[in-house]
Design a protein around this ligand. Structure first.
Ligand code: HEC
Ligand code: HEC
Ligand SMILES: [Cu+2]
Length: 401
């Protein structure tokens, strides 16, 4: 990258070249002189000690004062450039960068949150640095800026990008298993592109819950597709059992709205079995109640898009405990051949024989005691805990029998 107008990189590079140049000069000078003397005064040539110089004011003054001057210029040059790195130009724009295990979040003055740092070209940018958990370090090699983010402490860096493009951001402080994934980028946009980006606001087709999951970096530890990560996958949670550790005991609960809210607000109170208690708590300041609700709604609705499997549903919901598929009958009619059957039922105290169809099956599932199959006791529980899609899938499956 062109270093002109890249003030922070220039400041660092100047000092580096100056100190490195002097060091190289001294290294070469001393090495050359050493080799020269070793050869010149080797033993075979000079078996006797040569003459001793006893004190020289001039020499001693030179080799004391000269290095002091060199070292002081290094200090002065380094200091004045360092001050340049700490003094923010008056027209700088401000962005908040928050480091957390294991992702970065950038927040703009208007409240917009992003996972990449978007900035306009040729504009000084002040980045305020925060950490929500442990030590991290904000490192952008292209601009030669690196500074630790420290919990409960604010610090900052600034830079000005001379060219549009994408520049790496790393975490330069080892912060746990996800450290190596803590990368993102500075996206330097032309003035027009930046203005367009800024006015495009946060309109996104994604549901609010998904936006929050991305913004807050939940995705750094949780997948949304069933693969386990540092945290459990947040896929198909609704209604599933979970073993959790609470107050030193392992108990099983069913995942519901209240559980998910607790898991986000106070994650250490209940730990999902098999995982470490390393999820940070998100209080109302981090995620307000409205966004929390959006996340929970999103997670509860996050299920596979495919049609539910009727066979599986009937096993999972215990239908097969009372009904058989093989024709045998005990406490309930068998499902074998049910789609083709005529059935005699008792309705309002009268016996009627009807053809089994989708409407009948739906009534039998949702309101089983209104029509009782002749010869059986009214002991079927209403299947109203199933979703409409699940009911449809079961009816479809039964009609195929
Ligand atoms: C640093 C990694 C990390 C981050 C970031 C993180 N989590 Fe977690 N999360 C975990 C771990 C580990 C667990 C399991 C241990 C526990 O229950 O605390 C967990 C558990 C959960 C659970 C309970 C899941 C279950 O199946 O029982 C939910 C829900 C959850 N996280 C949601 C979130 C949301 C929403 C966010 C973002 C706002 C988030 N997490 C951010 C690591 C993380
Ligand atoms: C506790 C045992 C029991 C469970 C569990 C049960 N049923 Fe039933 N079911 C019965 C009994 C007994 C009858 C017959 C009496 C009646 O009509 O209520 C019946 C009737 C039916 C009928 C009408 C059958 C016919 O031959 O006309 C259908 C359809 C049915 N059940 C579907 C289901 C489905 C689907 C499930 C699972 C979601 C289920 N049942 C769970 C006991 C059960
Ligand atoms: Cu880090």
């Amino acid at each position: 990258m062109n270093q002109l107008n890249n003030p922070t990189a220039q400041a660092v590079d100047n000092v580096l070249i100056y100190i490195f140049g002097f060091s190289l000069l001294l290294l070469l000078g001393i090495t050359v002189v050493t080799i020269y003397f070793v050869v010149k005064y080797r033993r075979s040539k000079c078996p006797e000690p040569t003459s001793q110089v006893e004190g020289s004011w001039l020499l001693e003054t030179i080799w004391t004062v000269l290095p002091i001057i060199i070292v002081m210029t290094m200090f002065w040059y380094g200091w004045s450039n360092y001050v340049g790195l700490r003094e923010i130009p008056a027209d700088a724009m401000e962005v908040k960068a928050t480091a957390r295990m294991w992702s970065w979040q950038f927040e703009y003055p208007d409240g917009r949150k992003e996972t990449k740092l978007y900035v306009p070209v040729n504009k000084p940018v002040k980045v305020l640095l925060y950490s929500t958990d442990v030590l991290h370090s904000f490192f952008v090699p292209a601009f030669r800026i690196k500074r630790d983010t420290v919990p409960n402490m604010e610090s900052y860096v600034w830079f000005q990008a001379p060219e549009t493009g994408s520049y790496d951001i790393f975490c330069a402080e080892y912060c746990g298993v996800g450290h190596a994934d803590m990368t993102t980028s500075v996206e330097v946009l032309s003035e027009e592109d930046y203005a367009q980006w800024a006015s495009s606001a946060t309109v996104s087709a994604d549901p609010r819950g998904l936006i929050v999951l991305n913004e807050q970096g939940c995705i750094g530890c949780h997948s949304l597709d069933g693969t386990e990560n540092i945290g459990p996958s947040l896929f198909e949670l609704a209604g599933n059992p979970r073993e959790i550790e609470k107050d030193g005991k392992t108990i099983e609960i069913i995942i519901d709205e209240a559980y998910l809210q607790r898991a986000i607000r106070d994650p250490d109170a209940e730990i999902t079995k098999g995982f470490d208690p390393m999820m940070p708590a998100y209080d109302e300041e981090a995620i307000n109640n409205e966004d929390l609700q959006a996340v929970v709604d999103y997670l509860l609705g996050k299920v596979a898009e495919e049609e539910p499997d009727g066979d599986r549903l009937m096993v999972e919901n215990g239908c097969i405990g009372c009904h058989s598929l093989d024709g045998s009958e005990s406490i309930a009619p068998t499902f074998k051949g049910i789609g083709q059957r005529e059935v005699t039922i008792e309705r309002d105290g009268q016996s009627v024989t009807i053809k089994v169809d989708a409407e009948y099956l739906r009534r039998a599932l949702l309101d089983p005691n209104a029509e009782i199959v002749k010869g059986f006791a009214p002991m079927m529980p209403a299947a109203d805990y199933l979703s409409a899609e699940e009911i449809d899938a079961i009816i479809k499956r039964l009609l195929q029998e």
